[in-house]
Design a protein around this ligand. Structure first.
Ligand SMILES: Nc1ncnc2c1ncn2[C@@H]1O[C@H](COP(=O)(O)OP(=O)(O)O)[C@@H](O)[C@H]1O
Ligand SMILES: [Mg+2]
Length: 152
């Protein structure tokens, strides 16, 4: 298991981190993002999507719970489970279909899913510290471990 720490002092620094990690994360199945409201989870996903060539808007799928992005070479499913009231509601989205299709699933508020999500490849934990963001990346699978090696 590898743990990396990074800092981002601004929204643009956060986006730049996401973009810099995009290629390494594109081959993973599941990346979870933990952190309080306003931590910068969606900002990081926006950077990730930009890094994979997405040029349009990226907004939090707060009400739809999931937004798929079909990009060149990879599909990214961006989940925001903040409004999930009961983990069982997730079954109606068919999470296993999203996870099975060789796509990358990036999930904000994974804790809302209870046991309905498998172990992620990489877990990202964001803390707010003096206006800055401290990011911890933890590998939870061999693929995740490989993705974290050599990450900027
Ligand atoms: N590294 C950062 N430093 C300072 N502000 C940030 C950083 N990352 C994001 N922000 C700001 O924090 C706010 C919330 O970001 P958002 O990505 O929506 O958070 P979350 O999805 O975790 O709720 C936005 O206004 C964004 O500009
Ligand atoms: Mg968000």
């Amino acid at each position: 298991m590898t743990t990396l720490e990074r800092r981002a002092a601004s929204e643009s620094a956060m986006e730049a981190l996401g973009a810099a990690w995009a290629r390494a994360f594109a081959h993973l199945g599941l990346v979870t993002l933990r952190g309080p409201l306003g931590a910068g989870k969606t900002t990081l996903v926006r950077g990730l999507l930009r890094g994979l060539g997405h040029e349009g808007a990226v907004k939090s799928p707060t009400f739809t719970l999931v937004e798929p992005y079909a990009l060149a070479g990879v599909t990214v499913n961006h989940f925001d489970l903040y409004r999930l009231k009961d983990p069982e509601e997730l079954e109606f989205l068919g999470p296993r279909d999203y996870l099975r299709k060789g796509a990358l699933c990036v999930v904000e508020w994974p804790e809302r899913a209870g046991a309905f999500l498998p172990m992620p490849d990489v877990e990202v934990i964001i803390q707010i510290q003096d206006g800055e963001r401290l990011l911890q990346l933890i590998s939870r699978s061999p693929r995740g471990e490989a993705a974290l090696s050599g990450l900027p």
